[in-house]
Design a protein. Structure first.
Length: 239
């Protein structure tokens, strides 16, 4: 491999980690050490990243795209336990107290992740008090989100769950900037079937709810894309 090719490959690995929250104040040397131990991998939308039949004790660092983590009950119903956004982590890591062996992880979009082994997580992440504290905070928030999702599945109507899911997805989008003006309505790239899976309902019921929200001016619907026109009313609809 030429020096130029090696340099490009190293830059690509560092790029994978550059905007990840838990690495926000690391030096260039520290970033390079972690990047060398975390090769990039891509998944297409709809691909399963891991499942109970293919367990893997690795930590995924999500750079691009969104990941849906879900469980399937004995009667075939799926419960979404987390929607993972870029800049954070997920995976099966017993040493982090994160048990994912009953879960599936599915790429909602074309996705780029960096993958770290158990040994490298222990050596490079948990040995650094800054990173370890941030990982603990992420897992704590994810547990709180799971408790809220379980509560929603019991106490909220389907329409409220759809509104809650849309509100969660829009709030997870990056803040306004030069490429994303303040006045632009947030857009969510999901099919009705994908949104139904996230909200725990059927595609037909989800479509009916979405059309009702569109008729009332809360949303605009297009193929594979939902534009939120009135975020405040949508939050109210979420209960």
């Amino acid at each position: 491999m030429t020096d130029a090719a090696a340099g490009h490959e190293g830059a690509e690995r560092t790029w994978c980690l550059a905007e990840v929250d838990i690495f926000c104040d690391l030096s260039e040397q520290e970033m390079e050490a972690i990047a060398a131990a975390a090769p990039m991998k891509t998944y297409h939308a709809g691909e399963i990243v891991y499942s109970p039949t293919q367990p893997s004790e690795v930590l995924f660092i999500l750079k691009k795209g969104r990941i849906r983590v879900f469980r399937v009950s004995a009667d075939g119903r799926a419960l979404t336990t987390a929607i993972v956004s870029p800049g954070t982590i997920f995976g099966e890591m017993v040493l982090l107290g994160q048990h994912m062996y009953d879960n599936y992880a599915e790429a909602l979009d074309d996705t780029v992740v960096c993958v770290m082994s158990r040994a490298d997580v222990n050596r490079l992440l948990l040995a650094d008090a800054r990173i370890a504290a941030r990982i603990t905070a992420i897992l704590g928030r994810r547990l709180a989100d799971l408790e809220q999702r379980l509560s929603d599945s019991v106490f909220k109507t389907v329409a409220q769950r759809v509104a809650t899911t849309l509100t969660t997805l829009t709030s997870a989008q990056p803040p306004a900037g030069p490429l994303r003006p303040v006045g632009r309505h947030p857009q969510i790239a999901l099919t009705h079937e994908q949104l139904a899976a996230l909200a725990g309902t059927s595609r037909e019921t989800c479509t009916k709810v979405l059309r009702d929200y569109a008729d009332h001016g809360l949303l605009r619907l297009a193929r594979g894309r939902i534009t939120v026109l009135d975020s405040e009313r949508l939050r109210d609809a979420a209960g």
